[in-house]
Design a protein around this ligand. Sequence first.
Ligand SMILES: *[C@@H]1O[C@H](CO)[C@@H](O)[C@H](O)[C@H]1NC(C)=O
Ligand SMILES: *[C@@H]1O[C@H](CO)[C@@H](O)[C@H](O)[C@H]1NC(C)=O
Ligand SMILES: *[C@@H]1O[C@H](CO)[C@@H](O)[C@H](O)[C@H]1NC(C)=O
Ligand SMILES: *[C@@H]1O[C@H](CO)[C@@H](O)[C@H](O)[C@H]1NC(C)=O
Ligand SMILES: *[C@@H]1O[C@H](CO)[C@@H](O)[C@H](O)[C@H]1NC(C)=O
Length: 856
Amino acid sequence: MLSFIVFVDTFSMATVCNGGSRAANTDQRFQLSTSLHGAPGENAGGDGTLCVFIHSSFGLGISGQFYWDYCCWTCLQRESSDQSSILSGAVMGRPEGLARPPLVSTMELSLLALCLFVSTGVSSLPQPVPRVSLSFDDLQASHSFEHYSISDKAMDYRILHMDEDQDRMYVGSKDHVLSMDINNITHGTLKVFWPASPSKIEECQMAGKDPTHGCGNFIRVVQPYNRTHLFMCGSGAYSPVCVFINRGRRPEEQVFHIDSRTESGKGRCSFNPQVNTVSVMLNQELFSGMYIDFMGTDAAIFRSLTKQNAVRTDQHNSKWLSEPNFIDAHLIPDGTDPNDAKLYFFFRERLTDNNGNTKNIHTMVARVCPNDIGGQRSLVNKWTTFLKARMVCSVLEEDGTETHFDELENVFLLETEQPKSLLVFGVFTSTSSVFKGSAVCVYNMADVLTVFNGPFAHREGPNFQWTAFQGRIPYPRPGTCPGGAFTPDIQTTKEFPDDVVTFVRNHPVMFNPIYPVGRRPLVVRTNAEYRYTSVAVDQVMAADGNYQVLFLGTDKGTIQKVIVLPSNHSLQEDLILEELEVFKDQAPVTNLRISSKKQQLYVSSEFGVSQVSLHRCHAYGSACADCCLARDPYCAWDGLSCSRFYPSNKRRSRRQDVMHGNPLTQCRGFNLKAYRNAVEMTQYGVKNNTTFLECLPKSPQASIRWLIHRDNDRRKEVKLSERVLSTEQGLLIRSVQLSDQGLYYCLTTENGFKRTVAKIRLRVLSEAMVSVLMDKQQPWAWASSLHPKALLSAFSPAESMAVQQYCKERKELQKQQQPKQQQPQPPGPLRGDLAKLKPLLDLRKSRNRRNHLPDV
Ligand SMILES: *[C@@H]1O[C@H](CO)[C@@H](O)[C@H](O)[C@H]1NC(C)=O
Ligand SMILES: *[C@@H]1O[C@H](CO)[C@@H](O)[C@H](O)[C@H]1NC(C)=O
Ligand SMILES: *[C@@H]1O[C@H](CO)[C@@H](O)[C@H](O)[C@H]1NC(C)=O
Ligand SMILES: *[C@@H]1O[C@H](CO)[C@@H](O)[C@H](O)[C@H]1NC(C)=O
Ligand SMILES: *[C@@H]1O[C@H](CO)[C@@H](O)[C@H](O)[C@H]1NC(C)=O
């Protein structure tokens, strides 16, 4: 039985062939067949070399849109003089370190097919493309990634609290709370099982609630309470419950257990786990934004766990809260007096128009003073400092129309040093019938304060327009905290004059909306196949300045690492440096947390928690130009490789250019000329058949040009047509003609930087010769019965020359290599070179995820 591995020249894929029979891969959509045909060359007799013609074809089985064939010659080593075992043994070497030869995977084939599809047909709006995409498997192999889940089931994980001082992170999920080590989330995770009581589960199911997504104890509140205890609440199968958890004084103690009786979670956690709960713990008082009732009609911002009275928003008052969906809550200082710090709740709400019909969604931010204990005569046990304002995230088109992204999904606060400010990053989506998209807007906290210090919104009645309130504003200004810089004499909100309390009750909304910095989004995505769900931001010092690196979670379970560069266009230019598939399953990213200290990002989804390093500089490649073109502020070329950049005066030799990404200035003197050249390869095409010239640019952000150099002619641009197609993976030539012969150059340009990626000499063989070789049933029979000379006479003289030349070159190369290596190695400049195979396959794998198969 013949059995050997052949590296198929034209496509750099390893294919396992079994004695020339049809082999390898069958799939509903793709068929691959590989057949082998031996052709003893002129000088094959003595030294046991046999040249073999490999022919493979595969096509798309849907409706014949696509297929291709490839052929090539390769030379085999004869092992013994016995005719029957003439071709046994590995032919061109086996990749070292691989137990089994790599098989052609359906994925790789489908990827190619898809690329051809896209380039021949459907046109879509250009989307920014990540320079590097890493699949879940790539990440797992990268040593910069960890993943944790309790089981394979969807358990709805949420990162609820991070404690960088203790190196811990607390994660809630269905019936479980986890305490993770932020150094390594797979290492020493502590877990508490806390299900809902059986009677509550039964009641929940009787009430017709979803048994898997509703009738569990979904943990939604984990807050630090004191030095040893956390306070935690869960939905408790539509009957919220809370407990204290003892986590010990120090993480080394490995303490993590429930340490109290269960108390009611009403007013602390929503009944319905699908309805968000947000919370802040301040001085052992819990402030929650949630729905306080089983039916989910009574939304409130509520203070509980307090030695004072509980305080909430005015009940069923849509002026205060109108069907809110709470997104986040933070304590934010206002000036230097700690008593002026306020709690900000970010949420979206559904608004009714004057007729009570059409409902718009707006994003709002509301704030209260944490020391508000309610009014004396009116607003008793209600906030007397509650104010809210609208946050706008929109694109103003040139024709004056405004496209709104109204639905806040996630918030991230970033403190900047120079200039000193607090920035609020918001991820917004739009679900209008016209278009779907998402955007990131960034607000300066100073602008937020200006709006809260500005005019109040006022209207005379339900059918009147909103105007800026013009009348007298009572003192102290509504919304001011008692005991703060402006009200040192007023100790509690019960001392507020009646007119202040009445004013707040009637005018809780600010007139001016809050606009983002520059009045436009930082990042906009429309018509993309994903939407953003979450954001975390890191500030990075690069050689040419300070950069804010955005980590954006998507609804597909991926993370994009994005930087925004200033430009003159109406929208700023954003670059997707990396796209990381941090989960095996596609599910929206629910939370992101970042630790600049640890240089790690933490991500949660329905399926688990992942930890990924903020940078993988080596993934950009080791060449100076590639490192420079990556424009990752975390990375610089250090003379040998692309590595982590630390700003310091000493390391002058480090090359980095985030702003322009120009290798010509950064990498001067580092072998830049080499990029202008590539090793020449020879490839054989069969007349009237299809051939494929592979060219894989280093980056999907590069544009590709093909040039051809024919004998006795200048280098010319290859004329693309129905017959000659440029694809993302290379040039597809259908029905190859003799006039296609020549030397092909694949040139890429990325950010103005040009290089030659492939240089392929195409030779065309006639069909007549191929047909001689096509004996599928008994591929080797003729080889043993025919005299080599007789066989060669079937070829045209030019073809015989080509075959012999090819075999000769390979023999030469093999001879040169033999002293160094014992095993026969794939010789010299050949497509399918072993060293190139692995990175190519890896690249394909990582790209594959971006290209999904069309549903048929
Ligand atoms: C995390 O811990 C696991 C298990 O102990 C270990 O295999 C892995 O290498 C660690 N990862 C890192 C980044 O230290
Ligand atoms: C923290 O609070 C818990 C619950 O009230 C209590 O049992 C524990 O003693 C407190 N620990 C400290 C150090 O105060
Ligand atoms: C932006 O415009 C200014 C002047 O209009 C020009 O000097 C600058 O080079 C432009 N910058 C970019 C990135 O195009
Ligand atoms: C190749 O195709 C052309 C036209 O399609 C045909 O005229 C020619 O005979 C074919 N050549 C061979 C060798 O089959
Ligand atoms: C290409 O060659 C294969 C094998 O000889 C043959 O089956 C196929 O029909 C050819 N395709 C074209 C377009 O001639």
